[in-house]
Design a protein around this ligand. Sequence first.
Ligand SMILES: [Zn+2]
Length: 440
Amino acid sequence: METITGQGMKVYKWLYIVGRNLRNPSSKRIHEFLNVSQGYSLEQLEDFQLKKLMELVAFAYQYSPFYRKALDENDIKSADIKSLSDLKKLPIITKRELIQYNSEIHTNYKFKKTFKAKTSGTSGQSLVFTRNEYADSFNRTVINHNYSNYGVNPWDRNGYFWGFNQLFFYKLKTRLLDAFQNRFRVFSYSKTEMNRFIKKLKDAQYIHGYSSSIYETARAINASEIKKPTKIKMVKGTSEKIFDYYQPEIKKAFGTKMISEYGAAEAGIIAFECTKGNMHINMEGVIVEEENNEILVTNLHMLSFPIIRYQLGDYIKLAPKNKVCACGKKHLILEDVLGRIGETVYGISDKYPSLYFYYIFKNLSEKHGLNLEYQVIQKQKGRLNFNVFSNLSTREKQLLSKEIESYFKGDITYSINTDAELVATKKGKKKSFISTINEH
Ligand SMILES: [Zn+2]
């Protein structure tokens, strides 16, 4: 058995390396650089960022009609970028503009190799852009480099959680917790499904994907008699918020906590959690600014489609610059991603940021130890539906009401639905706030 596994791993490794060298010829060089730069001081990292930023701005001015015009109009020369704070002289760009001025933003330089990339826009329109090989390779290598800190190789067996069928877990949960109400058929189906899935996890060395799907699987494993997977070295959550209350279930099921990766297709990897639990910014790849609690990202390597001061649409909090991490890395730390800026919440007479929901549920967790998986839905102005995944006692409902009222102060009517099924997008992502008001 051991030899077969060993031979198998060699084949996977070989396949991986051959594939990588074909697709991403710059990877090897980048990998070597990252091994050195991970030991850089903050000053060295910032020097590197400045050098890359100057190159990027000069390149964008020379080859991107959009940036040439934007800089000329604002009377900025690329030589004006002499320090990282000079970045503030450059205009902020939004996703809408990346879509609207798409062809003018693209640089007209002939790259040897490029890839087409596409991001799924939540409000219909998607962004399509060209990514030069170096930027693509840089991003992939950053991910693999971070994996190596967990003893994980990219070719190791892994479980990918993407677009899990919510209905399946809903049924499973109902069956496991309340075997009386559903019939045998559903139960045996769910059990078979789960067995099959968990069996596959037996040899997995890492798992990754939507945080909520991983959490639900952990709960299912813990609630069952099935043997838990024992080889998992890393559990990585992406795309959705990782709630603190996920962690005990995940540790119990997989033997290790869930770590976080933060990024976006158009911006690249922005931060990755280290083994000491801090989200270090990928300073070799991006510059992150925090302005009015919002993130602005500059990708340092994407010369084909410059992403400069891009308003990604998340509220973030950066840690103080002098915060030290026990892992030894000097890369700046992202304290928290507070959530999508996204749509506005419409009260009866006023408007509110959707960030309110983050605080409402955070308060419940911090003040009362009440951890809820939730989704808020707005279909008409002045009214909200709070869907909560679990059952709530009368007192817990009152606590939630009290928090809602402290934020919206009577300017909203609402209902609280318990044991609710949370709606997922086509890809399986569960947004915490869904509004149908802005969609026209
Ligand atoms: Zn660290």
